[in-house]
Design a protein around this ligand. Structure first.
Ligand code: CA
Length: 242
């Protein structure tokens, strides 16, 4: 049973998670996208036809839509056209190869970006991050600017800079760094980090936080020859200036 204070906190944390709606009738592609997005720490909603996709996109529960063009009931362009009447949710269209006109139509119709099938999943993930960054994502915290020393995080813009240079992070790396920066100079336990980064219901490997810390160090500490993420043995991690 959660007390009211932690429940409020829980709701706030929930708001921070980015939910991606996948509208795709091809089951294999839909499932693949779902697994990859979950792995990156996104929440996922799915729809397998245009009508259901439009409804879910308008529900306010998703933060970004990955929208296939060829769909039963309503095609992707029609979904986008109707969606844009009352929503500016970010949309990335998936089009088949050679449908160059489709791409143009998609962007004219208010899509934020498009991908041509078949595509590399890493590219789609990068474009999702970029679109969220451009749009400020769904993140709406009061404390949008976090940082320590030369490290700056803009939560609203979903951006991390070190000495003015962009640091590319995955969603979970970003979340881990955010929690550490919100608690700078304070040791945060592995359990707290796990809960905040992976969620209360996370059932996977318990050393996942150590793995993400390693990734963060390889992208920040190692690159800039600093040591800002400290290990506190037996307890957890702490971010502080050298
Ligand atoms: Ca399709």
């Amino acid at each position: 049973m959660l007390n009211s204070q932690s429940f409020v906190h829980f709701l706030k944390e929930e708001e921070m998670a980015v939910t991606v709606l996948i509208v795709e009738d091809e089951e294999k592609i839909g499932r693949f996208l779902e697994l990859e997005l979950l792995h990156e720490g996104y929440e996922v909603m799915k729809a397998v036809n245009g009508r259901d996709g439009l409804e879910k996109a308008q529900s306010g529960k998703a933060d970004l839509v990955v929208l296939d063009v060829m769909l039963p009931e309503l095609n992707g362009f029609e979904v986008l056209r109707r969606l844009r009447k009352n929503s500016d949710i970010p949309v990335i269209m998936l089009t088949a190869r050679d449908e160059v006109m489709d791409k143009v139509a998609g962007l004219d119709g208010g899509a934020d970006d498009y991908m041509t099938k078949p595509f590399a999943i890493e590219e789609l993930l990068a474009r999702i991050r970029l679109v969220l960054k451009k749009r400020g994502g769904a993140v709406n915290a009061d404390k949008n600017q976090l940082g320590i020393g030369k490290l700056c995080m803009d939560v609203q813009r979903y951006e991390v800079l070190y000495d003015g240079k962009q640091v590319e992070l995955t969603h979970r790396e970003f979340e881990l760094l955010r929690v550490l920066l919100e608690n700078k100079n304070i040791v945060v336990s592995r359990d707290t980090l796990l809960e905040k980064v992976c969620g209360y219901d996370y059932m996977g490997e318990t050393n996942i936080i150590d793995v993400y810390v390693r990734y963060l160090r390889s992208k920040i500490d190692d690159v800039y020859q600093v040591k800002i993420i400290q290990t506190v043995r037996g307890v957890g991690y702490c971010i502080k200036e050298e």
